[in-house]
Design a protein around this ligand. Structure first.
Ligand code: GLV
Ligand code: MN
Ligand code: MN
Ligand code: MN
Length: 413
């Protein structure tokens, strides 16, 4: 562990300018701050990050999964500390989710260089490709590829138009076979730290400047298809219909009921499509995608069974055929005790208030933790809002997080 040099300061104006430059890259005509990974603009954001990495004196590279890396050589023999987050957003999302951790990582490197600090470790800044879930239900595509958790079956996932994920990736210049081969060699990486906005109300409610993440939620996503029969809305008697829309709607309520059982369990019905989608036609087909989250794998598995049973029950009461497909379950992930305790000491040493907490949001850190001791720092989100245009974190809170991150790199060295 190296002592903190006196001149080590994070430049708030640079952090603000970088956040604003990235946030300005949005898809025209879409709500909020939309920069989806499979859309036309995210690539510009990642190219901009790569340019900033070069300007900051990092050696840049891109792997087969589209992850952008910037390496600052240390004085040692190539052992590394990894730090970063993502630049893509959800549809209609906010300004801070993801980019705070990328801008913060870059600023940490600049601050260390300007203070004349040379770490023994190489510092590797990563902008992970495609963290947010796509229309195929897959998230954390870049970090998943890095830990070898992507298979050919993932690439054959289909969207509503029966397009494969492989085709969608190729359309944004990510070669599907290169992605499958993008497993990262973590043998010389000693730790990974991700800075992120909290995206929930806990830090604000507890008056804490920093959250020390202890574990990240497990997630189970599904696609349910309901097939009934189209009929005339005015003449088909109610007791003779095979209404796929009603069966799907009953399943939406089952998601809410099942996830309502626990304190930290969650269930969300994010996408529902009716066909033929006409006001005077009984729905013949419904496609429904949603997810369950919680801190315990056992609960997730039993909730999967309960939801599958509920969907079949809703279907069979109405003569509707039902198919429920679950993506591979993403287990809840503990952060490394060692890294979390270093982060806690650093935050205390800086005089920042902190709370340990559980993350109900998903993060690249959950994937990277499979390969490397990992920790996360959260900064507060106003009113706990996120994945919406109202998402906000005050600059001084972001700067506190970047300062903690910078000092954490010194402490982990
Ligand atoms: C990603 O932000 C997620 O938690 O879904
Ligand atoms: Mn997000
Ligand atoms: Mn995020
Ligand atoms: Mn996320």
């Amino acid at each position: 562990m190296s002592p903190a040099p006196p001149g080590l300061t994070v430049a708030a104006d640079r952090v603000q300018a970088d956040l604003e430059s990235l946030a300005a890259l949005v898809e025209p005509g879409l709500p909020g701050w939309t920069r989806t990974a499979l859309g036309p603009v995210d690539r510009q954001a990642r190219e901009l990050v790569r340019r900033w990495m070069s300007d900051a004196g990092l050696e840049t590279s891109v792997d087969g999964a589209g992850n952008i890396f910037g390496r600052l050589r240390g004085t040692g023999s190539g052992r590394a500390l990894m730090v970063g987050s993502h630049t893509d957003t959800v549809l209609g999302g906010g300004r801070f989710d993801g980019i705070v951790g990328v801008v913060g990582a870059l600023e940490a490197v600049r601050a260390l260089r300007e203070a004349g600090v040379r770490l023994e470790h190489d510092l590797v800044v990563v902008d992970f490709f495609h963290e947010e879930p796509n229309e195929f239900g897959l998230s954390c595509v870049g970090s998943r590829a890095m830990v070898g958790a992507i298979s050919a079956a993932h690439l054959d996932l289909r969207d509503e138009r029966d397009r494969s994920l492989a085709a969608a990736l190729a359309a944004v210049d990510v070669d599907p076979s290169a992605l499958l081969g993008a497993r990262h060699d973590f043998a010389r990486v000693d730790a990974f730290v991700e800075l992120h906005i909290e995206q929930g109300p806990y830090l604000e409610e507890h008056g804490s400047q920093i959250g020390l993440v202890e574990s990240i939620t497990g997630i189970s996503r599904f696609r349910a298809l309901f097939s009934g029969q189209a009929d005339h809305a005015g003449t088909a008697p109610m007791d003779r219909r095979r209404d796929a829309g009603c069966a799907a709607a009953g399943t939406v309520l089952a998601v809410e009921r099942i996830a309502g059982e626990g304190m930290q369990t969650r269930g969300t019905s994010g996408q529902l499509t009716f066909t033929p989608a006409a006001v005077n036609v009984v729905t013949a087909h419904a496609e429904f995608r949603g997810e369950l989250r919680g801190p315990e794998e056992e609960w997730l598995r039993s909730a999967q069974d309960a939801l599958t049973a509920a969907a079949h029950d809703e279907g069979s009461r109405r003569g509707v055929d039902v198919e429920v497909d679950w993506l591979p379950l993403q287990e809840p992930t503990a952060m490394s005790d060692g890294v979390v305790s270093v982060l806690g000491d650093v935050v205390d040493g800086l005089g920042l208030s902190s709370t340990r907490l559980f993350s109900g949001a998903e993060h690249d850190a959950a994937l990277i933790a499979r390969a490397v001791p990992t920790g996360m720092l959260f900064v507060p989100s106003r009113d706990g809002r996120s994945h919406c245009p109202e998402e906000w974190t005050d600059l001084n809170d972001v700067v506190a997080g970047v300062t903690a991150l910078t000092h954490a790199l010194l402490a982990l060295d």
